[in-house]
Write a protein that binds this ligand. Structure first.
Ligand SMILES: [Zn+2]
Length: 286
């Protein structure tokens, strides 16, 4: 995990993971065949993996948030005594941190760590995970106040779902704002077309667009709309305002222009139906 921290890039490749060395010894952090990685000579699992899900498909972990707001991870197969499931159980008993590598493109992974195995639900063939230190105090399946549950779920979504979403959207848009092409990593967000929590609001690439902070905020505030034909609409009162260069170049001149960055792969492009819904909300609000 220290090695992952020390790297510049957000994502990590299969080759980097499988070629990992510690004290001169090669200890692969990922196995091509198996989703749960337990190096020879160790009792506990070191890492888990979720393979890449194409942009228009919902990833397997998407619907696996428990009633307590905690993320679930399915067994390898159905047999609780399978060596890989046993290795996860050992990590749970010893309270050891794991790394979770979530595929964001073929052979490319977003690392989520540290992850802890908090509990096991043998009947459902799955483990409950903690994705940060705070979640380690949650008892899986226990009754809890509604605001606590919502908080736990918010952490799960931020730590896993939104991070993977951001990573995939950034890859699809080459890290550039779709509207102005700004490419400063710290200033570019993955914007939702349909808000998280609403029907259609899933964190999948066709529900996203890369946008710089200003354009993201303008989109969410109903100042800027994206038409289903991928042209831009700036609200009339904003067009009528006189202000400095940010307003003039950043917003007013964008009116009726087309998005500057559109993903090459058709499946990654903004979904037409979601754009229609969002744009009609923009028109109604304006
Ligand atoms: Zn922008």
């Amino acid at each position: 995990m220290g090695w992952l921290d020390a790297r510049d890039a957000d994502e990590v490749t299969y080759d980097q993971l499988s070629g990992f060395e510690y004290n001169g010894r090669r200890i692969a952090l990922m196995d091509r065949q198996r989703g749960i990685r337990k190096p020879a000579g160790m009792d506990a699992a070191l890492a888990i993996r979720t393979t890449y899900t194409p942009p228009n498909k919902v990833p397997p972990y998407q619907d696996a948030i428990g009633p307590d707001g905690l993320q679930r991870y399915m067994y390898r197969g159905q047999d609780p005594d399978h060596a890989e499931n046993r290795a996860l159980r050992v990590a749970m008993r010893l309270r050891l941190p794991l790394m979770w590598f979530v595929g964001v493109r073929e052979g490319l992974y977003q690392p989520i760590y540290p992850v802890f195995i908090l509990g096991e639900e043998a009947r459902q063939h799955r483990f409950a995970l903690a994705l940060d230190e705070m979640q380690r105090f949650v008892e899986p399946g226990a009754a809890m106040a509604e605001d606590t549950r919502r908080y736990v779920e918010r952490v799960t979504k931020a730590r896993l779902h939104q991070r993977v979403f951001r990573s995939q959207v950034m890859l699809a848009y080459d890290g550039s704002c779709a509207i102005c092409e700004l490419q400063q990593e710290r200033l570019v967000d993955a914007a939702h077309i349909i808000e998280d929590g609403k029907p259609g609001g899933e964190p999948v690439v066709p529900n996203g667009m890369a946008m710089c902070k200003i354009h993201h905020a303008a989109y969410d505030a109903g100042i800027l709309g994206v038409r289903p034909d991928l042209t831009l609409h700036i609200r009339q009162d904003i067009l009528d305002t006189v202000d400095g260069p940010m307003l003039r170049h950043g917003l007013q001149e964008m009116h009726d222009r087309r998005l500057l960055v559109i993903p090459r792969s058709r499946a990654s492009r903004p979904d037409l139906h979601r754009l229609e819904r969002r744009y009609s909300e923009f028109l109604t609000a304006g």
